[in-house]
Design a protein around this ligand. Structure first.
Ligand SMILES: Cc1ncc(COP(=O)(O)O)c(C=O)c1O
Length: 389
């Protein structure tokens, strides 16, 4: 007999699409993948070299379970530099990837039956992590019929009913929107007034465009200090997905218990990876900014191409590397769902995108522009053709 909670978890709804794409590749077909959630750039050389040097210098043993002090200090310094707020060393820890940060946060603060507000569309793992703790995800749509926008008033009704946690992905995967300063301030004030935690998933914080500003929660509303948890990652900014390094800033009691749980589960994140991450921060090179410039160029190109497709509605992303257009009107009468449309797109045009259903919203597709310019252009042209059935 299996544990009841594990049986509640959904297998990734995109798995079937990935298998189909692999099958086509094995048959020698050219498949255009606009579905991946990771940079198409290699890890910058200076980071790779730091990892190699760490291994050669014997940094191959256990470290403290919550991460090495040097990396925590570097994280605190850079957060202060960029977000004008200085955390204490007891308020930070390092994990094997930020997905595990979210998992630990959820398991540290949630109890059976707690309500957790998650804006729609969500990053695929949030609901499953929440369900695994025995808490209940509550979804509120961030689509106003024309565009995506994080607006405090949309969430207020559920907040007033009582929630223990609010999970905010900003910049969002899959929409690329950022919660604006005024809305964030209202949300932070509500966190204090209605007594809930705000977990801000900042996995894409440093991938933002057009000089957009990313509001610093504790500068915007310092009174919420005991309510704010920030989760961050090296995966996307530094093209380090496989190194598995993420981190959390949180009130010290939360960090303490997350540390206990990590010490009894994964223990420390891989030691050479921690040294590579340290170099990523302390020896930062232009390459990192160049990647952001390149994503912005591709975003502009993809956005312009998509916008020309009749009946599509699309929000211009301010960060991350995804577009999340609404196709509901365009495919009406031709396909029963966006899932069906994405199946057809692979089958007939060999283009892979992720259906909105995976993010809790039917009628949309997620297009990743962490792909070559040629693939983005060709992929979008084929999407336009496929819409015509
Ligand atoms: C919004 C968001 N949060 C967290 C993660 C987890 O990243 P990692 O575990 O590689 O740090 C991802 C990865 O795709 C993501 O898109």
């Amino acid at each position: 007999m299996l544990n009841g909670r594990i049986k509640n978890l959904k297998l990734s709804s995109t798995l079937a699409l990935v298998l189909k794409a692999n099958e086509l590749r094995e048959k020698g077909k050219k498949v255009i993948s606009l579905s991946v959630g990771e940079p198409d750039f290699p890890t910058p050389d200076y980071i790779k070299e730091a990892g190699i040097k760490a291994i050669k210098n014997g940094k191959t043993r256990y470290t403290p379970a919550s991460g090495i002090k040097e990396l925590k200090e570097a994280l605190i310094d850079i957060y202060e530099k960029e977000q004008s707020y200085r955390f204490d060393i007891n308020e930070v820890m390092v994990h094997p990837g930020s997905k595990f940060s979210i998992f630990l946060v959820a398991n540290t603060i949630l109890s059976e039956g707690d309500r957790v507000l998650i804006p729609l569309p969500y990053w695929v793992s949030y609901p499953e992590i929440i369900k695994f703790t025995g808490a209940e995800p509550v979804f509120v749509n961030s689509w106003n019929g024309n565009e995506f926008y994080y607006k405090y008033e949309d969430y207020e009704k559920e907040i007033k009913k009582g929630i223990k946690l609010f999970i905010l992905s900003s910049p969002s995967n899959p929409t690329g929107i950022i919660m604006k300063k005024e809305e964030l301030k209202k949300l932070l004030k509500a966190a204090v007034d209605y007594d809930f935690y705000l977990l801000i998933d900042e996995c894409y914080r440093r991938i933002i465009y057009d000089g957009a500003t990313y509001p610093s929660p504790l500068k915007v509303f310092p009174e919420a200090k005991e309510r704010v948890i920030v989760s961050g990652s090296f995966s996307k900014t530094f093209a380090m997905t496989g190194w598995r390094i993420g981190f959390t800033f949180a009130p010290k009691e939360i960090i303490k218990y997350m540390g206990v749980l990590q010490s009894h589960s994964t223990s420390n994140p891989a030691t050479p990876s921690q040294y590579a991450a340290l170099a990523a921060l302390t020896e930062e090179k232009d390459e990192v900014y160049k990647m952001v410039g390149e994503y912005q160029r591709r975003r502009d190109m993809a956005f312009d191409l998509l916008r020309k497709i009749p009946k599509i509605k699309i929000t211009k992303p301010e960060g991350a590397f995804y577009l999340f257009p609404y196709l509901g009107e365009a495919i009406k009468g031709k396909f029963n769902s966006t899932y069906e449309f994405t199946e057809y797109l692979i089958e007939k045009y060999h283009v892979v995108v992720v259906p909105g259903e995976a993010f809790g919203l039917e009628g949309f597709i997620r297009i990743s522009y962490a792909a070559s310019e040629d693939d983005i252009k060709e992929g979008i042209l084929k999407i336009a053709e496929a819409i015509n059935g």
